[in-house]
Design a protein around this ligand. Structure first.
Ligand code: F6P
Length: 323
């Protein structure tokens, strides 16, 4: 294969740049021309495509965001949008694609490849860790570290004021950021979509803590939790315990930014290299992931909305360690 294209799509995640670097350098090493496609599928539709040099990816391994920029393209989900995108690939002579993104990216890819034949390999780039076929996604480790740093700071002020904080973290429909940051910060409670939230249980635990004169409470809530988000949780607690000083804090997009952790840089480099090698060897329409420390390839259709199950021991541990 001579010409390949690379794009980042959906929400950015720390480590995407490290992945782009690995793809470009592996491609050039194998004698390929690598074309950067800006703004994901939208840039593909608009022909925002340029030939990349190895120096284009110098000094980016440590940077958050994505030098290729990203977008969530509604137009790509239409027949016309896909036809325009395919035409642009033809115009630029692109014979293979490297797609870096999350659930939405692979959904789009699946639909596109039902109509058009072009070899492609994906990389899991999302802070949410909501894909199967990999133990970790690029950006997840950094996002959890960012959340941990923020929640530690919140605990300082919570302690100073004897307050209860309900902290909301990202993850879309998945609770991995909440679960891991909550455990790492010693949260008194963690609410995640993978577990049905019984609000009376939550209130009961707060009541018990109050009786024991435990003055600081940190509840970490995943944005996809079924009770309806951190604001509603905070309001319910205030209604039940009017004397408690309760605050609600949504961490938001800070979780998507910042320099990638060493783990995300290594993961991104490994998967970027593996993806181009696979494409070159004819292993296509798969996502490259890491399972038990080894690179594995999973068909696009199998990675969508298939999360790794939450370990029951972690759920059990939350209750035990927060006593
Ligand atoms: O998928 C990554 C993610 O950050 C989710 O955790 C979150 O639900 C969503 O993207 C936010 O999307 P946007 O940046 O479009 O508001």
């Amino acid at each position: 294969m001579r010409n390949i294209g690379i794009l980042t799509s959906g929400g950015d995640s720390p480590g995407m740049n490290a992945a782009i670097r690995a793809v470009v350098r592996t491609g050039v090493f194998l004698g390929m021309d690598v074309f950067g496609i800006r703004r994901g599928y939208q840039g593909m539709i608009e022909g925002d495509i340029f030939k990349m040099k190895t120096t284009d990816v110098s000094n980016i391994i440590q940077r958050g965001g994505t030098i290729l920029k990203t977008a969530r393209s509604k137009e790509f989900m239409t027949d016309e949008g896909m036809a325009k995108a395919y035409d642009q690939l033809q115009i630029h002579g692109i014979e293979g694609l490297i797609l870096i993104g999350g659930d939405g990216t692979f959904r789009g890819a699946n639909k596109f490849f039902e109509k058009y034949t072009i070899p492609a390999v994906g990389l899991p780039g999302t802070i949410d860790k909501d894909l199967s076929g990999t133990d970790f996604t690029i950006g997840f480790d950094t996002a959890v570290n960012t959340a941990v740093e923020a929640i530690d700071k919140i605990r300082d002020t919570a302690e100073a004021h004897d307050r209860l904080f309900v902290v909301e973290v990202m993850g879309r429909d998945a609770g991995y950021i909440a679960l891991n940051s909550g455990i790492a910060c010693g949260a008194e409670d963690i609410l995640i979509p993978e577990m049905v939230t019984d609000i009376n249980d939550v209130l009961c635990r707060i009541d018990m803590d109050e009786r024991r004169k435990k003055t600081v409470h940190i509840l970490v809530v995943a944005e996809g939790d079924d009770y309806g988000g951190s604001k509603k949780v905070a309001e319910t607690i205030m209604a039940r315990f009017p004397k408690l000083d309760v605050r609600n804090c949504v961490l938001g997009h800070i979780q998507r930014g910042g320099a990638p952790s060493y783990a995300d840089r290594v993961l991104a480099s490994r998967l970027g290299h593996a993806a181009v090698t696979a494409l070159n060897n004819g292993t296509t329409q798969v996502m490259a992931g890491i399972i038990n420390g080894e690179v594995v390839y999973t068909p696009f259709s199998n990675v969508i909305k298939g999360t790794t199950p939450v370990s029951p021991d972690m759920l059990e541990m939350i209750r035990v360690l927060s006593v």
